[in-house]
Design a protein around this ligand. Structure first.
Ligand SMILES: [Zn+2]
Length: 447
């Protein structure tokens, strides 16, 4: 908080119901001043302790003392996931490994895993921000919070866990899998909040329905869902089937883990915690900033991380941001729900398509269940998209062909791509136990 006092707090936010009201309702001007002060420290940390950053800053002819205004961030070099991979395992760390308190790593499905490290203070910050995020979504001290994010090297499980404890709530460290047991414990322990990926939340709903358990009649009221892009249609589906308010939350391991941004109960964009992160949106082609509200790639600079400062990290997530005031009273900017990742974006015969767009067409359509997978391949040098969907339980097989035609028609009219839709029997599409795999791209690489 530095030199700022309550006198700097914006009038609109005084009555806001927040975990950390002084910070969460700080007026935009002192918030920017706080960011500049922290960016200066971050830049110094990166320059002094990470050879890659020192080299890149020198190449950009920029020394830490050249930072005058927040806009100067645009002169800093970008960083990307490949930097972490190329300097595996600890090359981007600004602290020696013996000074750290924890390591996490990505699954490394393609190439080397990306490894992230935290000092004790980094872990305390993370717990604070996750507690703030849970509170922002409606969780309170004393709530039983069922945490179905995977525990282990993935940041989801432990990230949420320590936030739950920091909030003063009761953590149920369930992790993923054993879905029938999840259903039983949600009911028996009286969980009020469920933390999970949206696709796994749906799997829990489905298993509960199969067991004849109505989770809408349980104590469950709030879902904190994140770690994968999901559509508004999927949100409504999950809310209806679990009887919760489904709150979107956003984070990524390279930046911290869960707790970077979260929706408030207004569900009108995710508040990005600007006292710890600097958010930009850039055109992914030109890398120039877009005007506020225009879509582009989200770029994040950490402002308080000790072990792993990230300068202008390219998230690959496509979104828009707004600094317009939110009805909840918080002043931190809002990220208008992530539409998809540039990594997942399919360019099908020249049309840009995100799986979430296809999802929005599928969810709620009569006769089909909200489980799907897209398979893209190339035939006779043309991209060919297969959309595999699943019939709802009880739909007769002789209706599958008609349903498939109907779905293909709606995808064509709403997204503009021609697809071959295959309707499968209930249960045939693999269920997510964590992050859902929505696209299988079988096209030759580099073609
Ligand atoms: Zn809000």
């Amino acid at each position: 908080m530095g030199a700022f006092t309550m006198a700097d707090v914006g009038l609109g936010g005084r009555n806001a119901d927040c975990f950390d009201p002084d910070v969460e309702t700080l007026a935009r001007e002192p918030l920017a001043a706080l960011q500049l002060e922290r960016l200066r420290i971050t830049l110094r940390n990166a320059y002094d302790n990470v050879p890659l950053y020192r080299r890149r800053l020198a190449d950009a002819d920029f020394a830490p003392e050249d930072l005058r205004t927040l806009d100067d961030v645009r002169r800093l070099p970008f960083s990307a996931k490949s930097d972490l991979r190329d300097h595996y395992p600890f090359g981007l760390f600004a602290r020696p490994v013996e000074a750290l308190a924890r390591l996490h790593a990505s699954s490394g499905t393609t190439g080397k895993p990306t490894v992230v490290g935290y000092t004790k203070r980094d872990l305390a910050t993370w717990a604070d921000l996750m507690a703030r995020s849970l509170y922002c979504g409606g969780a309170r001290r004393g709530d039983v919070i069922h945490n179905a994010y995977g525990y282990g090297l993935f940041t989801g499980g432990l990230g949420a866990h320590y936030g739950i404890e920091r909030l003063g709530a009761v953590a149920v460290p369930m992790s993923g899998g054993s879905t029938e047991r999840q259903v039983a414990l949600i009911v028996d322990f009286g969980a009020r909040v469920l933390c999970a990926t949206p696709s796994y939340a749906l799997a829990i709903a489905e298993v509960a329905e199969g067991l004849g358990v109505d989770l809408r009649a349980s104590g469950l009221r709030i879902g904190m869902f994140g770690a994968e892009p999901w559509s508004e249609a999927m949100r409504r589906e999950i809310e209806a089937r679990l009887g919760v308010q489904a709150i979107d939350n956003y984070g990524l391991s390279e930046i911290m883990g869960p707790g970077v941004a979260v929706e408030c109960v207004c569900q009108d964009g995710l508040h990005g915690w600007e006292d710890h992160f600097l958010f930009e949106v850039v055109d992914p082609e030109t890398l120039q900033p877009v005007t506020e509200g225009a879509p582009g790639e989200l770029v994040i600079t950490t402002l308080t991380k000790q072990a792993l400062p990230m300068l202008r990290y390219r998230t690959r997530d496509v979104t828009r941001i707004t600094t317009a005031p939110c009805a909840c009273g918080r002043t931190h900017l809002r990220i208008l729900r992530v539409a998809g990742r540039t990594d997942d974006m399919l360019i099908v015969r020249g049309v840009n398509v995100y799986p979430s767009q296809v999802e929005a067409v599928l969810v709620g359509r009569p006769g089909i269940a909200p489980h799907y997978q897209m398979v893209v391949d190339r035939r006779a040098s043309l991209d060919h998209v297969h959309v595999e969907v699943e019939a709802e339980v009880g739909v007769p097989v002789d209706r599958f062909a008609t349903i498939a035609q109907d779905v293909a028609h709606h995808i064509k009219s709403m997204i503009g791509i021609t697809t071959e839709v295959v309707v499968k029997a209930p249960g045939e599409i693999p269920r997510s136990q964590g992050k859902a795999v929505r696209v299988r791209d079988l096209r030759p690489q580099g073609a």
